[in-house]
Design a protein around this ligand. Sequence first.
Ligand code: ATP
Ligand code: MG
Length: 576
Amino acid sequence: MENETKPQDFIREIIAKDVAKTKKKNGGRVITRFPPEPNGYLHIGHAKSICLNFGIAEEQKSVCHLRFDDTNPSKEEIEFADSIQEDVRWLGFDWGEHLYYASDYFDRLYDYALELIRKGKAYVCDLSPEEMREYRGTLTEPGRDSPFRDRTVEENIGQFERMTVGEFEDGERVLRAKIDMTSGNINLRDPVIYRIQHKAHHRTGDDWCIYPMYDFTHGISDSIEGITHSLCTLEFEDHRPLYDWFLDQLDMDCHPQQIEFSRLNISHTVLSKRVLRKLVEDEHVSGWDDPRMPTIVGMRRRGYTPLAIRNFCESVGIAKKSDSVVALAQLEHFVRDDLNRVAARVMAVMRPLKVVITNYPEGQVEELEAINNPEDESAGTRKLPFSKELYIDREDFMENPPKKFFRLTPGGEVRLRYAYFLRCDDVVKDDSGEVVELHCSYDPETRGGQAPDGRKVKATIHWLSAQHARRAEVREYNTLFTKEDPNDVSEGADFTENLNAESLVVLPKVFVEPSLAGAKIGARFQFEREGYYCVDLESTPEALVFNCTVPLRDTWAKVKKTVRKVAKKKVSKKSI
Ligand code: ATP
Ligand code: MG
């Protein structure tokens, strides 16, 4: 096997067998493709397919084609085709020179349609869409033959030509494959292969007013490109006999093998371009790149890394049957895992509370050394200014603390990260009784965080020098949907019913280290004790904006640990 470190799955097993010396199917070649329809932005579900197709090509030292399945002129836009290329590249994959468009094959597809007509395997049908539906039958009842099914080859060619030159209106004629109206598989009941659409196409302009259907186009495009393994999601399983039928009827050298795998679904998330498009159009989100969106552009803006997404896709695996739902926490686990290695640590105070150090010299500023990334020594250190007035987080102080509260309390002492011990002497309140300021004293002997007399504190909190801190807006995110399954709605309602009103929480007055003023858009940081954050694309040096990429707490790793523990217990019990 080529690559033993990659986890194996049933598709990689099939391919490994195909290229094995004894079989050498397709001369040992493996060519895959990722075939998006350019009618929306890519989402994390597509990432699974991208990782699979490009991943296999890499392992086989071969190529994966990027092909736009652009057969529907009414829904497609150049904006989408451009964004798809950018997203695939951002994920870390490369199609080299193998960028294709199904629309480039329109001439050849037309010839193949004529070939089917000549072979008596396709006919022009005048039934209206409603009549066609009626003739098609149901899952339990066979369909009936169209009255136009027995047209002669000449008549069909004539009719098809008239369709092509624009003699008919949309829907007046279609070209259908002549297969079997009684087939148990409805896809084989004389499916439409060409329809009339008087609409300009984003690449072929007004050249055509008839367009080939997806099922007809897809397999032929695969074959033209010499694809060996055509990997798609499970909903195409029932289309496979049709995929094979077209290639069997036509005189084509290459007959790719279609293999289906399970779709990715994620809890609290919708992975359907149609729904995502609606979220954008109805302004439930700010755009395709809203950081709450499960799109690649949204995740990129949110601060997710390509490696995190690829590791996640790998962890999900490729299953043969049934689409399962993966916990969102699993994706977040891989984001955290990667950011833990690469993100610089900084301090940010989310809910600022002013601290005045009464015994600290007025006007003095010290520079204290702070570590940039304990996971990566090469990241070095930086200087943090320390002065008489600080900000700490409101949540790190309690006037009347419960028993296990170890942070700052009246009379209590904590360690300021990289600085000194700090004791709270006085609490200043406003007229409404709200705490507005703390008067504290520091112990100059504790610089660096250790007391020479050996006394201990139970907590270390983060802080910022008030005069040096920079103000920022921070956007925290919750899931876009309140329910694990966003499609679980009451009768007559749609997914909007489950939209989470608190999916975006803006903290308008956060303070961050002064060094962050120069941070570039997209730069990622760990705000100590809070989580991972990145500079939003709306951020400017004058008005900083950060997105919360993911909080620090890893719920999935915990779940995994308990599952592992339980599993271990079971094993040990058995072995006794
Ligand atoms: P959607 O259902 O979101 O509109 P689609 O299947 O119509 O997606 P395409 O652009 O046609 O989107 O898909 C390109 C490729 O991505 C297809 O091979 C499809 O099977 C795959 N794909 C789409 N969604 C998922 C998913 N959730 N999990 C895995 N693969 C997916
Ligand atoms: Mg589709």
